[in-house]
Design a protein around this ligand. Structure first.
Ligand code: HEM
Length: 435
């Protein structure tokens, strides 16, 4: 018979553990899983009884087989900042939106974006600073923003208005991490939130202008999707150009460079062997998923993995913990790309970096295309060396990345590399510009 998840939801407000979670989410998870002797446990989060799920098997089953009984749990926090879009819909409406949007991200559609991605990446990478320390996260974040704003809005980064739009996406993003919810969470600030709403308004103006100019194809493709009202077109362009996606791309690229930056010898092999690169990437996103997890509201009772998930509760599927579940991954905390050609050869569906099941990320193919283009281009031009003795500790929220400015040096593979940088100020970048 199915049992309730161990743990307690405590009293409303008083029993809420959101603050503890936000302060150190990984410690919170590890401690609760150990105390409850279970990778599935109950607590109160965002003032709602919430089942946390860190068991790989249970996450897999919930997302793939019980998705029809779950609703996405983001509306409450993000709808005002983003406006109505697929992330805040469920049932037939979300299926319709997904079917339509997926057309924009098929393998064939992505082939049409490849030349733009190549051009932007080549242009940024040819000018990389060699021989001097570069903050790798900042470099990738800037590049990822340029890729997303160019692909989805056709912005030209040789023009100054592109950097104004970039600034707006940063201010807009700050609204997500300062969102006013019933339970006060760290980072919350109402002035920041109202600035974010103002940035949203301005971004929608930019999106409208770009649509009217008809000079770039992507917005027109979105306009032509069946049953997409004007508002839906705008809101989805806002979602795709928001800072969330570049931050996630930059997170993966940064984690990858940290893993390969200590052994320059491996970099040649990665360049020559796409399967090896694949295994490295799988291992990077296993250990360092950009998003710690995802949230659902349980619409109808679910029985899964021997547990009862009551209707009305929330659930958090914890990608971080599921990816380090020793039942699936031997030596779960070790970076072992070889596991993907041995023990875990057929376990790619046990990674939830891009979600899973009917609500899996629709940008998946595009994500890998961008990541691989950047890595291949970078390794073709340079060897990368991680500077020694750096603090590589991670922060996991809202998007994972090293806490500090991790520094690397690039060495040109041929003497034509310029000692000039597109990012001349990467080392001492003003803190205020961090997303
Ligand atoms: C490294 C970059 C990315 C990461 C890590 C990522 C991750 C995710 C995850 C984990 C989900 C599922 C959320 C859940 O289960 O609650 C998701 C959904 C989604 N992603 Fe991505 N994503 C990335 C890039 C993109 C890109 C490039 C696009 C499109 C331009 C995109 C569009 C979407 C959409 C529309 C959904 C919602 C799908 C639905 O609700 O049915 N993502 N993403």
């Amino acid at each position: 018979m199915a049992k309730s998840a161990p743990g307690t939801a405590g009293l409303p407000l008083l029993g809420d553990k959101s603050y503890e979670f936000y302060k150190n989410p990984v410690k919170f998870l590890m401690k609760r899983m150990a105390d409850n002797k279970s990778r599935v446990f109950l607590t109160r989060f965002l003032n709602k009884p919430t089942v946390f799920v860190g068991s790989n098997k249970v996450v897999h089953e919930l997302l793939n087989e019980h998705s029809d009984k779950l609703e996405l749990g983001y509306k409450q926090f993000m709808e005002e900042i983003y406006g109505e879009n697929i992330l805040f819909t469920d049932g037939d409406f979300s299926t319709g939106l997904r079917d339509a949007l997926s057309e924009l991200f098929t393998v064939d559609a992505i082939k049409t974006y490849q030349s733009d991605i190549d051009r932007i990446v080549k242009n940024a990478i040819k000018d990389i600073l060699t021989g001097a320390p570069v903050c790798i996260y900042m470099l990738f974040k800037k590049l990822a923003i340029e890729i997303c704003l160019s692909l989805f809005l056709g912005l030209d980064f040789s023009q100054s208005d592109a950097s104004l739009v970039t600034d707006l996406t940063v201010t807009h993003w700050h609204g997500i991490i300062s969102v006013p919810v019933a339970v006060k969470i760290p980072m919350m600030n109402e002035t920041t939130y109202s600035k974010a709403l103002d940035a949203k308004r301005k971004l929608l103006e930019v999106i409208n202008e770009r649509r009217k100019e008809k000079c770039h194809q992507f917005p027109q493709h979105v306009e032509r999707l069946p049953n997409f009202s004007d508002v839906l077109v705008n809101n989805h362009l806002l979602l795709f150009t928001s800072a969330l996606i570049p931050k996630a791309l930059s997170s993966i690229l940064t984690s990858f460079m940290i893993e390969i930056g200590s052994e320059v010898g491996n970099q040649n092999m990665l360049l020559e062997d796409p399967d090896l690169l694949e295994r490295y990437l799988l291992e990077v996103v296993r250990l360092y998923p950009p998003f710690l997890g995802g949230r659902r509201i349980i619409r109808e009772e679910v029985i899964c993995g021997g547990f009862r998930f009551p209707a009305g509760h929330a659930l958090l599927y914890m990608t971080y913990a599921a990816h380090r579940d020793p039942d699936v991954f031997d030596q779960p905390d070790a970076f072992m790309p070889e596991r993907w050609s041995q023990h875990n050869k057929n376990d790619q569906d046990k990674l939830f970096t891009l979600g899973a099941g009917p609500r899996q990320c629709i940008g998946e193919q595009l994500v890998w295309t961008i990541i691989k283009t950047v890595i291949n281009e970078l390794l073709r031009g340079y060897t990368v060396k991680l500077l020694p003795d750096q603090d590589l500790a991670y922060k996991w929220l809202p998007v994972s990345r090293p806490k500090g400015n991790v520094l690397v040096t690039f060495q040109g593979r041929n003497s034509n590399s310029l000692s000039r940088s597109l990012y001349p100020d990467t080392v001492d970048k003003p803190k205020g510009e961090y997303l």
